[in-house]
Each structure stands twice: as C-alpha cells, then as structure tokens.
Design a binder for this molecule. Structure first.
Ligand code: LHQ
Length: 261
C-alpha cells in the first residue's frame, strides 16, 4: 500500500507502520490520521499478522498534533471534535488490536505523540529520546488517553508534575518511572527492536492477546471479576494449538514452534 505520510509494510507476520513526516517531527495532520486508519484496517483484516511495530522516520518520534496547520485567528476551533474524530478512535483501535504492538520511540515524543505510544503494549525508546506532555505549553489537557494512562502508569504525583510543568522526561527516567518498558542504547536500538519484534511474531498470538486484554481489564475490574476473566481466558487459551505445542515442546525438551493458532 502506498501512502504519503506513513510507510507501511507487511512480511514474516510483522506489520510495520512508520510515521513519515520527519520535517514536522512526524506531527499528525488529517491525511496522516486517515492513512494510519487505512493501515490499521489492513492490519485488522490480515490474519497472517502476529505483531505490529509503530515507529517513525527522522530524529523525532511524533510531536503530536500538527500545529502549523491550525488557524487560531479565525474564531474558536472545536478541538473536542478533532479528538473525537481522529485521536480517540486511533487510541481505541491500537489498544484493542488482537496482535501485540511494539512502539519504538527513536526520538522526541510530544503531546499526543507520547500518549499514542502509551496505547501500544510494549514501548521502548532510544536513550537519547525524550517525552514531553506539551499540552500545558499551549493551554490544553493531555488527550489521546494521556489523562487515563499517566496516573495509572506512574502515579498521580508524577502524572501531575509531568503534565502541569511540561518538563521533558528522558528515556531512562521514563523507564525508571514505569512509563515505558525499556530505554535502549542508541547503538543497539535497531537490533533490539528487531529482536523484540521477532520474539512477539513467533509467540503464541492468541495467548498474548488474552494476556494483554486481561492486564488492561484489571484497571476497571474487582478481584472477583478479574479471577473470573482469567478463568475464561484460560479456558480459551487451553484450546489453542499453541498451548498444545508449548506443553509438547516442554516435554520433548525442544523450543516450541508456535503458529498463532
Ligand atoms: C512541528 C511540531 C508540531 C508542526 C515540531 N506541529 N510542526 C489533539 C487534538 C486537538 C488539538 C490539539 O492537540 C491535540 C494533541 C496534541 O498533540 S497537542 C500538542 C501538540 N504538540 C506540541 O505542542 C509540541 C510542539 N513541539 C515542540 O514542543 C518541539 O518541537 C519538540 C519539543 C517536540 C521538539 O523540540 P526541538 O527538538 O527543539 O525541535 P523544533 O522545535 O526545532 O522542531 C523541529 C521542526 O519540527 C520545526 O520546524 P522547522 O521548519 O522550524 O525546522 C518545528 O516547527 C516542527 N514541529 N513540532 N506539533
């Protein structure tokens, strides 16, 4: 599929969605939203896929909303509508994809760019990357799920400081705070991202999907509900070929060959 603002390719069970407006630090305009949505349509329809990479070209990961296209002199803009039309559906789709998602933050992430990364299952970042909740600098509230993820992931004190002060957070600090999975030395970034992707694409896809759904559901469930969800998920996972293969491989003392079925 050919796009203008993103690069999208599929192969070996992996979909790669690469934001491609490096001169704007990959800020989102309407075309990019539409193209990302079309790529996710293709991902959802392709049953051969077992992992998704979200990454970006150039020195930035994503600077959030493209502010250069905003005409702030022509009367009030309906930013609620922008989030409802573009960002909210994107966050919900990323979270509910049935394959594991890996976000590789190779440079600065700002505003909605941070919060879209947080909608992915695993986030890694170059040590040189940084994260900025840029909203306070332009009088806005963290959107694209930011106000939902931040207190849950890093606690209220850090969420408030990070948001209200607008200070940038280094990748190492983001890792220490639990905002991301891992900060990776720049020299090893690409190879570690590829290794993680290969691991995810070779994993028991349905089991991983059930696991991520259960972990995400925990925030809204009681212990009773969560225990029941685990039982229901285990029932489903226990019927997969990958469960059978995992147990057989264990008994035969060999590496498992998972197929995602
Ligand atoms: C940009 C941008 C950008 C356009 C850098 N747009 N060009 C949702 C719904 C509705 C409404 C509003 O918002 C949202 C969600 C949001 O995401 S709101 C938050 C929007 N984002 C920001 O406020 C971040 C603005 N950018 C920055 O603060 C800085 O650029 C960061 C900290 C990201 C990077 O700083 P530097 O490394 O010093 O780079 P730079 O500022 O020099 O930027 C490089 C180029 O990228 C520059 O263009 P130029 O032609 O001068 O080289 C910037 O204009 C452009 N750029 N962000 N969001």
């Amino acid at each position: 599929m050919e796009f203008e603002t993103i690069h999208f390719e599929r192969g070996n069970g992996i979909a790669r969605l690469i934001l491609n407006r490096p001169e704007k630090l990959n800020a989102f305009n309407v075309l990019m939203h539409r193209e990302v949505a079309a790529a996710l349509d293709a991902v959802e329809a392709d049953e051969s896929l077992r992992a998704l990479l979200l990454a970006a070209r150039g020195r930035g990961f994503c600077a959030g909303q493209d502010l250069s296209e905003r005409n702030v002199d022509g009367g009030p803009l309906d930013l609620g509508e922008t989030t409802r039309t573009y960002y909210n559906p994107l966050v919900k789709r990323l979270v509910s994809l049935k394959i594991p998602t890996l976000c590789a933050v190779g440079g600065v992430a700002a505003g909605a760019g941070v919060n879209l990364a947080l909608a992915c299952d695993i986030v890694v970042a170059r040590v040189s990357a940084k994260f900025v909740q840029a909203f306070s600098s332009i009088g806005l509230v963290p959107d694209a799920g930011g106000s939902y993820w931040l207190p849950r992931m890093i606690g209220q004190a850090r969420a408030l400081g990070f948001t209200l002060l607008g200070h940038s957070l280094s990748a190492r600090q983001a890792e220490t705070w639990g905002l991301i999975w891992k900060a990776i030395d720049d020299d090893h970034f690409k190879e570690e991202v590829e290794a993680l992707l290969a691991q995810l694409a070779g994993a028991p896809t349905r089991g991983l999907n059930a696991a991520k759904s259960a972990i995400r559901a925990a925030a809204r469930n009681t212990l009773e509900q969560q225990l029941e969800l685990e039982s229901a998920s285990q029932f489903e996972c226990g019927r997969t070929q990958d469960y059978k293969e995992g147990v057989t491989a264990f008994k035969e003392r060999r590496p498992p060959r998972f197929t995602g079925r």
